[in-house]
Design a protein around this ligand. Structure first.
Ligand SMILES: [Fe+2]
Length: 178
């Protein structure tokens, strides 16, 4: 497989010790920090569906929590972190099959817990699952192709993930010019 055809990869943070504390701080945040994605910044599915989940951008978090999460950002070479968003799913929440708007050229999804919930990645037709990735604390799903179709089926319990959005792409770095 050539590098350019790699669409995603699954890795894990080397140090996950701070994650339980981060989850406790997220659990304690007031409801006003969270955006209801059924109503605001709706991320529609490929069939126009509306998902059910909440999110909090990094600017809406208290600074100590923001910095704790920032310290987890994998920041691969050749990429500049632009922003991060925390998604919160309660039981039965979901996000439909969708392709994100390409305002970032590379992004990562960091799971903050072990759970039965999953992120699925679909082929270009949106009809066939290419990968079904179950939550693991500290797991990072790297998405190299912003238009890749993915979804989160209905979750079973509260679930937090962090989406790190970058400019630049670790597998499509500009080559040095001589
Ligand atoms: Fe997405």
């Amino acid at each position: 497989m050539s590098k350019a055809s790699v669409k995603f990869a699954v890795t894990r943070l080397p140090d996950t010790a701070s994650i339980p504390g981060i989850c406790a701080q997220l659990d304690a945040l007031s409801a006003s920090r969270w955006i209801d994605r059924r109503k605001q910044s709706i991320n529609r599915g490929i069939r126009g569906e509306v998902g059910r989940y909440h999110s909090a951008g990094h600017r809406s978090l208290p600074e100590p929590l923001r910095n704790s999460i920032l310290s987890l950002a994998p920041n691969p070479g050749g990429c500049d972190l632009v922003e991060f968003v925390v998604n919160r799913y309660e039981a039965d929440d979901f996000i439909p099959r969708h392709a994100d708007i390409a305002y970032s050229t590379y992004f990562e999804v960091l799971s903050l817990q072990d759970s039965e919930s999953r992120l699925r990645i679909w082929d270009d037709s949106g009809e066939n699952v290419m990968a079904d990735v179950q939550d693991k604390l500290g797991q990072v799903v790297q998405i190299f192709e912003p238009g890749l179709i993915h979804d989160v089926p209905e979750v079973f319990q509260r679930r937090h993930v962090v989406i790190f959005l970058y400019q630049g792409n670790p597998i499509c770095r500009p080559q040095p010019q001589f």
